[in-house]
Design a protein around this ligand. Structure first.
Ligand code: AMP
Ligand code: MG
Length: 415
């Protein structure tokens, strides 16, 4: 049996709108310093500087087809040309094509000097010593000109661009093995609650499996952060304080769940208040009303989210993720939003902005948002199906089925 902590009077909480609290959280940190990473480690990172192409793309005139390098002026139906060379992709010789001749070429092979067109093999008899022209092409046909795509020295990506698969391919093609990006934020997650037991362990009466830690670690990794620790502690203020200090030493941001409300065992609240620079907040939202933010003694920001799994999920989305994206250097720190048609009627409390888990679908091109799971913030059953949050403004208490609603799109995009 644990003694209930002495009931010291709690400081007043600031009451904030969701946007006000999100802005306060965003102000806690800026983009992290630049590091140089090999391309293979850079997916999802954000460029810290503009990048210029190191070579022309293509680097030389190249063939867009399998066929023959020719001079277009030599072509007429029925003409027969000597095949004087065979140029596969990867051939590094400098070849010169004499007038009246052809050189066999594969797609991606360099077009010989003197040639001004590629005659596709389909327009010939396919000959190897001599080739018969069955149809003609104009000068320039099927030749990819040096630098027509990208010029050496041309800026191809800008600081703030997120490196998705396309950007990684472009960097490789333009000659970059390494790239300068913002360091990824290191995130430590701390779950608090004496009822928590590791998943896989048997549950005794009164115990539940710890799910916020794995959930937030996954969300932080998906946001581009490096998760350095996922720790669990009992509801003991001294233990929480010690854990916070240990995690802060290794992380750029500490995210906690649980213990931030008004109860007798709300130990994160008490640990933060004892530690100095902390603010308890009531955010006019549902779920996610009790929140706290603070700066730990070593200067590391800590975001304390409520313990209910749906509350922590939504709080991460609207408060933590934008901060992590900012630290990562992203220009756009917020998720994409869209307008959807509401599949079912929704009721919402006055004066609370409600973020409802929903599943997105499409009927003939129109997005439809179907709320999933009940209103309770303990209801995890449908969380996996939620790929959107329906955003109901503070002053709206009822939305009819079919009403247009703002939706935060939780689906992952590469950039
Ligand atoms: P609290 O914010 O600590 O009052 O917790 C609110 C509710 O969330 C309680 O029912 C807790 O048992 C539950 N909860 C808190 N932390 C976790 C966690 N890490 N995993 C699953 N449920 C939790
Ligand atoms: Mg708790």
């Amino acid at each position: 049996m644990v003694d209930a902590p002495a009931g010291a009077a709690l400081p007043a909480r600031s009451v904030r709108s969701l946007d006000e609290h999100a802005a306060a959280v965003l102000a806690l940190a800026g983009p992290l310093p630049a590091v140089t990473l090999p391309l293979a480690a850079a997916r999802g990172s954000v460029l810290a500087a503009d990048v210029a192409g190191a070579v022309d793309l293509p680097p030389w005139d190249s063939s867009a087809m399998d066929g023959y390098a020719v001079r277009a002026a030599d072509l007429r139906p029925g003409a027969v040309l000597d095949v004087v060379d065979d140029v596969p992709a990867g051939d590094t010789r400098s070849v010169r094509l004499p007038p009246g001749a052809a050189a066999r070429l594969m797609t991606g092979a360099p077009v010989p000097d003197g040639a001004d067109a590629v005659l596709p093999v389909e327009l010939t008899d396919g000959g190897t010593a001599r080739v018969r022209v069955e149809d003609v092409v104009a000068a320039g046909a099927h030749v990819r000109r040096r630098g027509e795509d990208v010029r050496a020295g041309q800026v191809v990506l800008r600081a703030g661009d997120v490196l998705g698969a396309g950007a990684i391919g472009l960097l490789a093609a333009t000659g970059h093995a390494r790239v300068e990006v913002h360091r990824r934020p290191r995130v430590a997650v701390l779950s608090t609650g004496s009822e928590l037991v590791a998943p896989g362990e048997p549950l005794q009466h009164g115990q539940i499996h710890e799910s916020n830690g794995p959930q937030l670690a996954a969300a932080a990794a998906a946001a581009g952060a490096e998760v350095v620790a996922v720790a669990v502690v009992h509801d003991d203020v001294a233990v929480v304080r010690e854990a916070l200090a240990g995690l802060a030493a290794r992380a750029d941001v500490v995210v906690t769940t649980g213990g931030v409300s008004v109860g007798a065992y709300d130990v994160v609240r008490d640990a933060l208040l004892a530690g100095g620079d902390a603010q308890l907040v009531h955010v006019r939202m549902q779920p996610g009303k009790p929140q706290a933010v603070g700066i730990l003694p070593d200067g590391t920001p800590v975001l304390a989210l409520p313990g209910n799994p749906v509350s922590s999920f939504v709080s991460f989305e609207v408060f933590v993720r934008p901060l992590l994206r900012r630290m990562l250097g992203a220009r756009q720190v917020h998720r994409r939003t869209l307008t959807a048609s509401l599949a079912t009627e929704v009721r919402s409390p006055a004066g609370r902005r409600q973020l409802l888990r929903a599943s997105l679908g499409w009927t003939t091109g129109t997005p439809v948002a179907t709320p999933v799971g009940g209103p309770g913030s303990h209801l995890l059953g449908a969380l996996a199906r939620a790929d959107a949050l329906v955003d109901v403004p503070e002053d709206v208490t009822h939305l009819a089925a079919g009403a247009p609603v703002a939706v935060i799109d939780l689906r992952e995009h590469d950039a």
